[in-house]
Structures are given as C-alpha cells and as structure tokens.
Design a protein around this ligand. Structure first.
Ligand code: FUB
Length: 342
C-alpha cells in the first residue's frame, strides 16, 4: 500500500481488523524468513530502525545495521528474541543496509545469508556461520563470489541447496543486465526492460558443499503466463520485483515473490528448482506499508505464511512488524489468497 494513501487510514480500526498481530513489539522487524530446526520455529527477519533518512524509490530509508534471531517452541508459543546475531561492523566487506536475510542448516552448522552494500555502494550477498541457529554468526571475509542484488532465500531440496535472490529498483538487479554492474544513470527505472519486453527475473544458483560458493553462474528464474510466454515488465501486478522464496508441497515447487509497486505476494509453480514457473495467483493482498515480503514454512501438520506490515508504526514504511498466519493449499495445490485485514 503506497505511503501517500495512509493519511486516510483509521489505524485503531485497521489493527482490530488485522488477521494477525505483530509477533514482537519491542523492535521493528521485517522480511521474516522462517525455518524449522530441531522441531522449533526460527525466524530470521530484518531489524528495522529509523535512521532519519527520507523515503526514496531506492530504499535509502532502509538503513538497517544488525540482525536478531527469534524462536518459537510452537506456532502459538511466545516469541523469544535471542539478541544481536550479526552486526554490520563485523562484516569486513559491508558498509550498510543489512536487508532481508535467510538461513539454513547443514551438518550442524547454521548459515545466515544476507545482503548489504559493499564499500562501493553495490549490493552483494554474504554468508555468516554459527554452531547455533540463534548465532552469533561469524561473517566470511568476502561476499559470495559473483553474487549481487538483494533478498537471498535458500532452499534445501533434500540435501541440495539453492540460493534465490534479486530485487529491482533499490535492489539494483536491473543494473546487472549486461553481466557487469552499470553504475551510470540515476533513479530506479534506469536499465529496466521496456514494458513490452520480458520482465527482469530473479536469479538462482546451486550452492557448493560448503554452502559458501555458487557451483554455477546464476541463472534466471523464469515466470511464464498461462500461455507459456514470459511475464512482461509492464505487467506490474504479476512480474517479479523482490522477495523470492521457494517451498515444495506434494512434489511441486512453488516460487513466490513480491510485485513491489503493486504490493502483492504472488506465486508460480514448476516441477524442479530451476523452473520455469507458471504464474498461478496471489498469496497475500497488500499490507499497510510500501513493501511486502514473506516466507512460507511447514510446521507440524500446517503451513504458515510469515509476512510483515506497518500497522504498529501507523504506516511508516521502514518500521515494519513481522506477523504469521496459516496458509492453505487446496486439494488441487492452489494457495488460498490471504486478506491481511478482514
Ligand atoms: O527490508 C529492506 C527491503 O525491503 C527488502 O530487502 C525488500 O524485500 C523489502 O521488504
């Protein structure tokens, strides 16, 4: 929901109509990536702060400096804040803007994947490791080789690990169309495809055994329409903007993502982790706040959507609160669209 429309919102009424409440209120948290490790839910969100930087289309106001990890013993349990898990000052290659992270586990080591701007102002993706799911995490001295842009999401497909990433506008994905970073040109629309051209795709690559490197050059995550044609850049209500996520349900791979300036979380399905994926529909209608970003996780016998909104901060786009609600796949595998306010 755009920031200029919040003047008319009755926030008391909106908070009453919300289908779920913030999981924590002592911090602002966003972009929640949830996983189940050893029978508990762990959440890896961004930690939103107000750095006094004005709103712009490049997301400069998202000036986050650290990550906290949260856990829940079950889907209804109290949320525990495990404190600072990683700070930007402890990441040698990074300068600022710790945006949406994700995590995974392999052989007893936990891996936190995170984007940040390097010392040249270019978004890269780093990895930090810990023997505990709650950290503290130790960052690798360099970002992942050949990584770029934002919003890493790691998907463990029965022991093969894939990293999905990317985001347009402030996430800089459009600046990598030639394979090298194009620094010249102002504003978020520079270097984007034309409206009648295929949309810019999220990227993905399989990780090597160490989970610290790609084994391949990142490839496009193609989203096709019902006729088998690539979704176009001008199709703002369906094209990829940011926040990729993959889950697998009954053998089908679900690629979900945010449409950014139209504020939907949508999904597409495929029969393998590389896609292509065919557009299916909306998972989440717009929340209060400009961004929408989610994760989807199975816990015990249910599926949950983790998401965020800005209702607690009364519409401040960069002060968001993570939430969760049940997500339903129907008998045909379609995801029921969720309305965040009833
Ligand atoms: O939290 C900063 C950015 O906002 C994320 O990386 C995007 O997905 C959007 O939620």
């Amino acid at each position: 929901m755009p920031e200029d429309s919040i003047d008319h919102i009755d926030f008391d009424n909106l908070r009453e109509r919300a289908i779920s409440q913030p999981l924590v209120t002592h911090l602002f948290t966003a972009d929640p990536s949830a996983h189940v490790f050893d029978g508990k839910i762990y959440i890896y969100p961004s930690h939103d702060v107000d750095a006094g930087i004005p709103f712009d289309d490049l997301g400069s106001h998202f000036a986050m400096e650290d990550y906290h990890v949260f856990s829940m013993d079950n889907a209804h349990a109290a949320v525990v804040d495990h404190g600072i898990a990683l700070h930007v000052r402890d990441v040698p290659w990074a300068s600022k803007q710790l945006w949406a992270p994700d995590a995974t586990e392999k052989d007893g080591t936990y891996y936190l994947f995170f984007p940040a701007k390097d010392h040249e102002g270019i978004f890269r993706i780093g990895v930090a490791t810990s023997p505990s799911p709650t950290g503290p995490f130790t960052a690798q001295p360099e970002p992942i080789r050949h990584s770029f842009s934002i919003d890493p999401a790691v998907f463990n497909d029965e022991g093969s690990y894939y990293l999905y990433f990317g985001g347009i506008w402030g996430g800089q994905l459009q600046r990598w169309r030639t394979g090298a970073f194009q620094a010249e040109g102002e504003g978020p629309l520079v270097h984007l495809p034309k409206d009648n051209e295929p949309a810019l795709c999220a990227k993905m690559a399989r990780l090597d055994d160490s989970l610290l490197e790609f084994v391949e050059t990142p490839v496009d995550v193609l989203i096709l329409d019902e006729a088998g044609k690539p979704i176009l850049q001008g199709d703002n209500e369906r094209r990829f903007f940011e926040a990729p996520w993959v889950h697998k349900h009954k053998g089908t791979y679900y690629f979900s993502y945010s449409t950014g300036d139209t504020h939907y979380i949508c999904y597409a399905t495929g029969d393998n982790p590389y896609g292509p994926f065919t557009y299916q529909g909306r998972i989440l209608n717009p929340v209060v706040g400009w961004t929408s970003h989610h994760s989807i996780v199975a816990f015990q016998d249910k599926w949950y959507l983790f998401y965020h909104d800005s209702s607690l901060s009364e519409g401040v786009t960069h002060l968001r609160s993570m939430k969760m609600t049940e997500l339903i796949h129907d008998e045909l595998g379609r995801i029921q669209t969720i309305d965040p306010y009833s």
